[in-house]
Design a protein around this ligand. Structure first.
Ligand SMILES: [Zn+2]
Length: 154
């Protein structure tokens, strides 16, 4: 079994005038593939947990980027898209996979894109197809949109 995991998260306050840029992610937490510490960080708990389970259960874990920005204003759209595409490129390179597990927050809003997590999950689904399990850890107070819970058509 092959499992891909990555994490992309922040909690956006759309009333804040301070944009969240790439620096905000890199300053708070940024770990490239395989560079995540052994302990969980905000929204990235699936990575160390899956590492342990991969060792114990013998499945293959492919790690993508994990990053988090402290809560702030709108994420710059180009910043979100670059981080998203970094993870999607890693997923494409990891294919075929049986499962995708993402550490998200659920309240990321980019300028011009209200549902970053829905956008990311839909693009992951396009890559893996209808038969792969796609899971996401979300903060309990996150937004829940129809795009995020859409069932794949198989
Ligand atoms: Zn939160």
């Amino acid at each position: 079994m092959r499992v891909f995991t990555a994490s992309l998260a922040t909690e956006t306050n759309t009333f804040s005038p301070i944009p969240t840029d790439r620096h905000a992610f890199e300053m708070a937490f940024y770990a490239g593939p395989g560079a995540h510490p052994d302990t969980p960080t905000l929204c990235s708990a699936p990575i160390p947990v899956l590492r342990r389970r991969a060792r114990e259960e013998g499945f293959t874990l492919i790690e993508g980027t994990a990053t988090w920005a402290e809560p702030g204003g709108y994420v710059r759209l180009d910043v979100y898209e670059a981080l998203r595409d970094e993870i999607l490129d890693q997923l494409r390179a990891a294919m075929p996979v049986d499962c995708v597990v993402l550490g998200l927050h659920g309240a990321m809003v980019a300028r011009g894109l209200d549902d970053c997590e829905g956008d990311l999950l839909a693009r992951v689904r396009e890559i893996v197809g209808p038969d792969v399990v796609v899971a996401a850890e979300l903060d309990p107070h996150s937004h829940l949109t129809s795009k995020r819970v859409a069932r794949p058509i198989s």
